[in-house]
Write a protein that binds this ligand. Structure first.
Ligand code: PEP
Ligand code: MG
Length: 835
């Protein structure tokens, strides 16, 4: 079930921004939210006809919730109901919730399959978080001078995970089995994903760790799932009953195959480094006065009189308030550090609503126990379950459970014995998630923890927020007195208390050098990247959402828009209108800079539920990319039509993925011509290119050259195909090196056809390797498209390159025996390189 949501605002940009925010909350899967806002001349206003159309568009039969801003927006929405058919009108709820908060709450509810009334009710209660927050404003602390320099968050992405066995069904019980491939097992965040997936379904789903032969646990209860003790390599059995049992098993197997949405590479664990030594946890140099903090103890409120009903109401109110607070913190984290990291709070939210936990409190309260006592007992049991698991990563989640315990206790009237200090170098035993989110990076030079782990969520957040950190430094923490100067290097784990002048000077130098490098790159991010000998190189951003487009500071263009984002996580393919809206939103966010829209690149390894494909022994060599699009021409026809519509109003290019033969390109171009004719607005200014990802295509670059405006080399796939080393297979990580001279020879073959009328670009991860920039330019590449956060650094690297010297470097690299030798050359070359 997916309830549609229509946003009605007087201002189109306001509505678009609100929709983008809500989209983050549902991890980009927000095709069910549309805006009908502003009026066509770009001014303020609302249009009842447009609202009616939007309602009809999102009504899939499950109902529609309409959220409005003020005054006449409400009247227009009411009028709009006259323009929709009776059945749709019946199913449409005009919701009086506040627009932004209501939309976010409604999106999350609808995204997890709640019915329309529940979606509207969630939206209606959306102000609770803000209300409770403003009831208890946080105390401001005086800022102190701190110094810090941090590199940006690691932009590297992990690859796919191994496949899972298919599900089976017998006697009404649907079963399936998957192997946990996550480096840290089925820990709290993926467990929250499991809970969210099954909660919306009409099924009773249980999981058991077959490797450890545990008893089955309820998949709708976060603490249960996370404490299955399912580590990497363990087999987990899924069984489900009820009308949606099959869908539940399928959903979990698909999630397992996709790594439960985990994409960041695993950071090192404490056990990776020798015991007793401080552990580097978040890179960067921190210098500042020590600000020791004893853990803030929450003193529970004293027992209160009253019947069980009153105590239960207090529990409910406290949970509601904490739910609001957590949602607020999560929203903030999503804004600052991205939806993936903010997903950490989903685990706490799911824990808060864990049916088993709630049931335990309820029955305790019914037996006459005080509200706070019942909460402490129930959450204490969860804490013990986590602490008992013999896995360092899961054990680290205990801090998250304690954080939740304290939040609810405070909401129940508990008092805090000591507050955190946050200016200078924060020195503490450990850090809760909330404290990590609420630290001000401008005032926190670094964090030094006695305990903690690089994999604790709080530390993951520090990394993402650019706050240097060292953990596992108990003896140093013990010795750090208030005001003692602390210097630390979060990349190496070096920590010095009260440093002597030469040591302090050395750390200051390191901090300055790091800050200079980063600031310099950022301050010139908006300027073109021109080599020392005057060659302009375009540096673009790779985008997978509208938010990415907003983050693309300094990008000259979007060199790759992965349009999969609007096809994934849906029950049916997006319509032309829906795609147009998505692409338009990206083009608008890029504000006049060209967007390179890559047509759908799914299939085989990335199947879509609504595009059933036969099983393939080697999906990476199967029906994927353009092959799939040509096999399902109706899909490609729709997508091209949406692209053409956008190209009439914004600078846009179209790019076809996984092209192997000229025939494929010819067929695709033919369909593009038909799309242009269907749109009927004449020839758009639309350049056409292909991705060079198949080795044969690289070698046949001269064959493709007369038929394209650009070639964009996808080094991720090109490397896997050239070296027959599956991308993302950890065991082959060292082999799958794009600097292998064999891969370079393929890049050179494509680069050789570059000319004034034919641009050769690289949009694979290799383009973000600043050391490889001179090499790529030497091979003929003139456009590099990278993750938004890498744009400034890559531009800086380009500015250090002399093309003639780079050509010489490229020639030597092509003659090198292996990737290691190429790396050595890059370290030595005089053409520029490491920024
Ligand atoms: C590539 O293969 O290098 C590429 C950019 O495409 P994707 O990573 O989306 O497969
Ligand atoms: Mg690719």
């Amino acid at each position: 079930m997916t309830v549609g949501i229509v946003v009605v605002s007087h201002s189109r940009p306001l509505a678009d921004a609100a929709v983008a925010l809500a989209t983050e909350m549902v991890r980009g899967d927000a095709g069910f939210i549309v805006s009908a806002s502003g009026v066509d001349d770009g001014g303020f206003g609302t249009d009842a006809v447009a609202i009616g159309e939007a309602i009809t568009r999102v009504d899939t039969g499950d109902g529609v919730v309409v959220l409005m801003d003020l005054g006449s927006a409400v009247l227009s929405a009411e009028t709009a109901l006259e323009f929709v058919d009776d059945a749709t009108r019946e199913r449409t709820l005009l919701c009086p919730a506040p627009l932004v908060e209501g939309l976010v709450a409604a999106a999350v509810a609808a995204g997890s399959g709640a019915p329309a009334a529940e979606v509207a009710a969630e939206a209606g209660g959306a102000l609770d978080g803000k209300l409770s927050h403003l009831d208890a404003p946080a105390g401001a602390e005086a800022p102190a001078a701190v110094e810090s320099a941090q590199p940006g968050p690691d932009a590297a992405a992990a690859g796919p995970v191994p496949p899972v066995p298919a599900g089976t069904s017998a006697d009404g019980v649907h079963t399936g089995r998957f192997t946990v491939s996550l480096p840290h097992g089925l820990h709290a965040r993926p467990a929250a994903v499991v809970v969210q997936a099954v909660r919306g379904l009409d099924a009773r789903v249980s999981l058991r760790n077959a490797t450890l032969d545990t008893a089955p646990v309820d998949a709708a209860g976060l603490s249960r799932v996370a404490t299955l003790g399912a580590l990497k390599g363990h087999e987990v059995e899924v069984s489900a009953t009820g009308p949606d049992a099959g869908a539940a098993v399928d959903a979990l197997l698909t999630l397992a195959r996709d790594g439960f949405g985990e994409s960041a590479p695993a950071p090192p664990t404490v056990s990776d480094v020798p015991a007793g030594r401080p552990v580097p946890a978040a890179p960067g140099i921190g210098i500042g006065p020590a600000r020791p903090r004893t853990a803030a103890e929450v003193v529970p409120p004293g027992p209160r009189p009253g019947p069980p009903g009153d105590h239960w109401k207090r529990v409910e109110r406290a949970r509601e308030r904490v739910r609001g607070d957590l949602t607020r913190v999560r929203d903030r984290a999503a804004r600052e550090i991205g939806a993936a990291e903010a997903g950490i709070f989903d685990a706490q939210l799911a824990m808060l609503d864990d049916p088993e936990l709630v049931e335990a409190i309820r029955s305790d309260v019914d037996r006459g126990t005080d509200a706070a006592r019942a909460w402490i007992d129930a959450i204490g049991a969860v804490e013990r379950q986590f602490a008992a698991v013999e896995d360092e990563y899961l054990a680290a989640r205990v801090a998250d459970v304690r954080d939740l315990r304290d939040r609810v206790l405070r909401a129940l009237g508990g008092t805090v014995s000591a507050g955190p200090a946050a200016d200078g170098v924060l020195v503490a035993d450990d850090l809760t998630l909330t404290e990590a989110t609420e630290l001000d990076p401008a005032r926190t030079a670094a964090v030094l923890l006695a305990h903690g782990s690089p994999t604790a969520h709080s530390v993951i957040l520090l990394r993402a927020r650019g706050i240097p950190a060292v953990v596992g430094a108990a003896s140093l923490v013990e010795r750090a007195r208030e005001g003692t100067t602390v210097v630390l290097d979060g990349s190496t784990g070096e920590v010095v208390l009260d440093p002597d002048p030469p040591t302090l000077a050395d750390f200051r130098d390191r901090a300055r050098a790091l800050a200079r490098r980063r600031a310099d790159a950022l301050s010139h991010a908006d300027e073109p990247a021109v080599t020392t000998d005057g060659t302009t190189v375009l540096v673009g951003a790779n985008l997978g959402s509208t938010q990415d487009a907003r983050d693309a500071t300094g990008a000259d263009l979007a060199g790759l828009v992965r349009t999969e984002f609007c096809f994934l996580g849906r029950r049916e393919a997006p319509t032309v209108d829906e795609q147009e809206a998505d692409y338009r939103a990206i083009a608008e966010a890029m504000a006049g800079r060209c967007v390179t829209l890559r047509t759908l690149d799914v299939g085989g390894d990335k199947p879509l539920g609504y595009l059933p494909q036969s099983a393939e022994a080697n999906p990476f060599l199967g029906v994927r990319g353009l092959r799939l699009a040509l096999a399902r021409p109706e899909l490609l026809a729709d997508q091209l039509e949406a692209i053409v519509r956008v190209a009439h109003d914004h600078p846009a290019d179209v790019m076809f993925p996984m092209v192997a033969t000229l025939d494929e390109l010819t067929a695709a171009r033919g369909m593009l011509r038909q799309a242009v004719a269907r749109v009927g607005r004449g020839e758009p200014d639309l350049r056409v290119g292909i991705m060079v990802e198949v080795p044969a295509a690289a070698l046949k670059a001269p064959v493709f050259a007369p038929h394209v405006d650009f070639l964009s080399i996808g080094t991720n796939d090109l490397t896997q195909y050239a070296l027959a080393a599956e991308r993302g297979n950890e065991a082959l990580a060292a082999l799958a090196d794009p600097l292998d001279p064999g891969v370079l020879a393929l890049i050179a073959a494509a680069g050789a056809v570059a000319g004034p009328d034919l641009l050769v670009a690289v949009c694979g991860e290799m383009a973000a390797d600043e050391a490889a920039v001179p090499l790529l330019l030497g091979l003929g590449v003139r456009e590099l498209s990278v993750a938004p956060a890498a744009v400034a650094g890559v531009k800086k690297a380009v500015r250090g390159v002399d093309v003639a010297t780079a050509r010489d470097l490229a020639a030597r690299a092509l003659a090198a025996p292996d990737a290691a030798a190429v790396r050595a050359l890059l370290g030595q070359n005089g053409a520029g390189g490491r920024a």
